[in-house]
Ligand binder design. Structure first.
Ligand code: AMP
Ligand code: ZN
Length: 492
């Protein structure tokens, strides 16, 4: 673990609804489970925001010296269209529409999900378990819940018994709903369907003949409910109790409240010490969502193909835009917001790229670098406050610009510290990429490619083409220098 400066992390816990000091259960090891996507279509930028936020949390914990086991699942069965356990499985429905196997739907959108997250430079989780790969674990957990008296079997389905559960535990801690009242009220609705109580949720559903994704179980052929997969996989890889469980704020209810109920009915306690929820990305003030069609996709932004936006924006601009808001605040996507994020991000990179060439000496700097470094950690320790961190980074950029024009002094040792600190915060923690670096590299690779083509043209005595490449490059300010069998170039 790193020095004390880095140990003051406070995390907002959705259970206590307060910022709490982060104390890990197992010394320098941290277990974190984040609900992954339901892979039945392309993830939108709202989904991306949630995964970017947890990437930041993962990266920062690593930076603090923790060894993190990060689990992010893939929901590939059991997520029905409606929260009341009715409707079709989202993946089976999509398979019918696309006329392919459900597992082809899963593979297609899982691959796509990975490549979208790669474009945001997110770290991969340590384990990415799938619901269909853990049917046995889910059945075992359901059996324990039944044995403990908190679930009942009805016509080949298994339902969680909320009335029995509420005798010993509180249900709805995250969503803060008064379930005693709801349960009492809904007793009058008893008799509707198979459930003893309309609030009871499915742990296992009997499959009809036409249902495609189904498995054998002690209760007949069926498929698991949505909530049990995360409980079963979380406990399998992180044990009875782990440090962090996360997801978007819209998962608090029913998904996460149901997960807590399932874990309590097997292990007697909440599965995670800290519940972290990210707020929503909105478009025109409305939650971005797959089902309502109010969504924008990453590729549309990278290619500039969505009419809402005047031009294309890079993945790093989008990521910087997301970080300009705290992860617990709503963030609205718009052309203006992306344009100003682009300006801000470029200004940051430009400042960073100046550091190497700054003149420094042995005199004292006109900027308290140590205080600035500790401020940067302080902001991140305050529940991963990225907007405040960004404003700290800009404080230093202001100083860098002043040193560059000769109006402020920089000490040589501080120059090294500034560079190192920027690298840690911009690249290791925020996971940004120095696009100016990568563009420069791409340009020089392209010039080398043209030199190669020109060389081949000369071997084939196609002097017209080889001269044209030389002249066109010269017009772009790139002068080729022909030696015997190779060419070099210089920028003029
Ligand atoms: P889903 O595939 O619908 O289960 O969503 C995957 C993740 O994205 C979950 O953690 C959701 O809470 C999150 N999510 C869904 N919509 C949004 C949104 N508009 N903004 C931020 N996160 C979202
Ligand atoms: Zn989940």
């Amino acid at each position: 673990m790193k020095s004390n400066l880095y140990k003051d992390l406070k995390v907002f816990n959705s259970i206590s609804k307060k910022k709490e000091p982060f104390v890990s259960l197992n010394g320098s090891n941290v277990g974190m489970y984040v609900c992954g996507p339901t892979v039945y279509n392309t993830v939108h930028l709202g989904n991306c925001r949630t995964f970017v936020s947890f990437d930041l949390i993962y990266r920062y914990l690593i930076q603090l010296g923790y060894k993190v086991r990060y689990i992010r699942n893939i929901t590939d069965v059991g997520h029905l269209e409606n929260d009341d356990d009715s409707g079709e499985d989202k993946i089976s429905k999509r398979a019918k529409v696309e006329k392919i196997e459900p597992m082809e739907v899963v593979q297609k959108y899982t691959n796509e999900f990975h490549s979208i997250l790669d474009s945001f430079n997110l770290l991969k989780p340590n384990i990415e378990p799938t619901a269909t790969g853990h049917i046995i674990e889910q059945i075992e957990m359901i059996e324990k819940i039944i044995k403990n008296g908190y679930a009942y079997v009805k016509n080949g389905s298994v339902y969680f018994d909320l009335i029995n559960f509420s005798k010993n535990y509180k249900y709805g801690q995250l969503s803060n709903r008064n379930f005693e009242d709801i349960i009492n009220e809904s007793r009058s609705l008893k008799g509707s369907g198979e459930k003893k109580n309309p609030q009871d949720f499915a742990l296992w559903k009997k499959a009809s003949k036409s249902h495609i994704m189904k498995w054998q179980s002690p209760w007949g052929i069926g498929f698991p409910g949505w909530h049990i997969e995360c409980s079963a996989m979380g406990h399998k890889y992180l044990g009875k109790k782990f440090d962090i469980h996360g997801g978007g704020i819209d998962l608090k209810f029913p998904h996460h409240d149901c997960e807590i109920a399932q874990s309590k009915s097997v292990y007697g306690e909440n599965p995670a010490n800290y519940w972290i929820h990210t707020n929503m990305l909105t478009l025109n003030g409305k939650k971005m969502s797959k089902s309502s069609g109010n969504s924008v996709f990453a590729n549309e932004i990278f290619e500039g193909s969505n009419k809402i936006f005047s031009k294309s924006f890079s993945s790093m601009t989008l990521k910087f835009f997301m970080y300009q808001a705290h992860y617990r605040n709503i963030l609205d996507l718009s052309n203006d917001a992306l344009s100003s994020a682009e300006k801000g991000y470029n200004k940051l990179l430009k400042g960073f790229n100046l550091i190497n060439n700054l003149e420094a000496n042995t005199k004292k700097s006109d900027f308290d670098i140590d205080k600035w470094i500790s401020n940067c950690y302080e902001k991140m320790n305050d529940d991963f406050n990225t907007p405040m961190l960004i404003s700290e980074l800009f404080e230093c950029i202001k100083f860098i610009n002043n040193v560059n024009i000769g109006s402020k002094n920089l000490n040589i040792k501080d120059k090294v510290k500034i560079k190192k600190t920027f690298e840690i915060f911009m690249f290791d923690i925020l996971g940004l990429i120095n696009e100016t670096d990568s563009n420069t590299k791409k340009s020089s690779d392209l010039i080398q490619l043209l030199i190669k083509i020109r060389h081949l043209a000369r071997i084939n005595k196609n002097f017209e083409l080889s001269d044209q490449i030389r002249d066109d490059l010269l017009n772009l300010g790139i002068q080729l220098n022909d030696k015997k069998n190779e060419s070099s170039y210089k920028l003029i």
